[in-house]
Design a protein around this ligand. Structure first.
Ligand SMILES: C[S@@+](CC[C@H](N)C(=O)[O-])C[C@H]1O[C@@H](n2cnc3c(N)ncnc32)[C@H](O)[C@@H]1O
Length: 375
């Protein structure tokens, strides 16, 4: 059997990666285009690759432009103030960028009315510096930025760069990391570049011994979260290529609504686990019964410590990587078992067991609409 080359064919695990990108952009663009506030959206794909692979697979530039085209034509008929969506595709290899340009033309995926389209063939570092210089002005101009960073290797990336890209408060970053290779190296003769990368977010790196790649990813996520602080949201999407190879996308945002949209995209792709796409398909797990338990356990601990407001529970649920509908299911159950009471500010019990007020609008406007008390 001929082994397909990951660099010239879009293989299944890469397809899962760009699928998440597409699913997220669909939701992100839909919200931002209709928020009545954002004037321009700028999408940067800093390691864009060649767009169209030999096997016909579509890489990130094509997936991105497809979503933009879709949102444009859905909205253009409905609204007169559609924000422009600019795209910038960069790859160090000129031939790849040319290919992207050509396939966007061949597939009619770009129309001038969408916004500006730019190509470059710079090293990531150059583009990173350019972008950093531009960011401070964008917020003042009511512009939003989405940055996709998809390198082959971790050596290009530093956690502090992600932090810098996020500092203006209007950017979201999706970062791909070859976590399996990083994990292997981290536990065995760590190269300097990896040591530098990890030490930034895991200060006690020398004593750090994650037991397997899943722990490694969970701790990197926590490390990023600690490093960025509580004003930011971090999530991961794991992609298992085969039994020995696990890659991971890391998502960073300072906006809780954007975070919820990423979680929705993730759950859409893997409705069973919500923890990532599995190459072998969703084989039943030995721990099948425990699937929804992690959230239930966490909710119990959270509510035992204190009575909680709906706004707190909305944020808590998302930070655990779950959606309000999951918490709602658990709460419905607990309310039927008379373990949970839900009261308005004047102490009245909310009778309808399906009403929990765990949505973004309540978080924003009525953070303390109801209080939850676990008996
Ligand atoms: C994983 S591939 C990108 C795949 C692409 N995002 C897709 O979905 O098809 C990584 C890309 O990074 C490019 N690259 C490697 N080193 C780079 C650098 N220093 N700066 C910018 N691009 C680089 C490679 O040419 C390659 O196309």
């Amino acid at each position: 059997m001929i082994k397909k080359d990951v660099k010239t064919n879009l293989l299944n695990h890469s397809e899962a990666k760009v699928r998440l990108l597409g699913e997220y952009l669909k939701r992100y663009l839909n919200i931002i285009c209709n928020d009545g506030y954002t004037k321009r959206i700028k999408i940067y794909d800093l390691f864009c690759g060649e767009g169209l692979y030999e096997n016909g697979g579509e890489g990130s530039p094509l997936v991105t432009m497809r979503q933009i085209k879709h949102i444009h034509f859905v909205n253009v008929a409905k609204t007169s103030i559609l924000p422009k969506i600019d795209c910038h595709f960069n790859d160090i290899e000129e031939s790849k960028v040319k290919k992207v340009e050509q396939s966007l033309k061949d597939k009619s995926l770009y129309y001038q009315e969408f916004g500006d389209l730019q190509f470059s063939t710079d090293d990531y570092q150059v583009q990173y510096e350019n972008l950093l210089a531009k960011l401070p002005n964008l917020k003042a101009l009511n512009q939003k930025v989405f940055i996709f960073i998809d390198p082959y290797e971790y050596k290009h990336i530093k956690a502090s760069q992600i932090k810098n890209l996020m500092l203006n408060g209007s950017s979201e970053v999706l970062l791909w990391l070859p976590t399996q290779f990083m994990y292997r190296f981290a536990s065995n003769g760590t190269p300097e570049a990896l040591k530098d990368f990890i030490t930034e977010i895991i200060p006690n790196f020398n004593e750090w011994r994650p037991g397997n790649v899943w722990h490694f990813i969970a701790e990197l996520k926590q490390g990023f979260q600690n490093f960025l602080g509580n004003n930011y949201f971090v999530d991961t999407f794991t992609i298992q290529k085969d039994i020995n190879t696990v890659f991971c996308l890391f998502f960073f945002t300072s906006h809780i609504k954007g975070f919820e949209k990423m979680l929705e995209a993730k759950w859409e792709i893997d409705t069973e686990y919500g923890k990532g796409w599995d190459y072998a398909g969703n084989t039943p797990s030995l721990f099948h019964e425990q699937k929804t338990n992690p959230l239930e356990i966490k909710l119990k601990e959270f509510l035992k410590a204190n009575n909680r407001f709906n706004g707190e529970l909305y944020e808590f649920t998302l930070r655990q990587g779950f959606l309000p509908k999951h918490t709602n299911e658990i709460f419905f159950n607990w309310r039927n078992e008379v373990k949970l009471s839900v009261k308005t500010a004047d102490g009245t019990e909310v009778k309808n067991k399906k009403h929990t007020y765990l949505g973004y609008k309540y978080f924003r406007d009525e953070f303390q609409k109801v209080t939850f008390n676990l008996k």
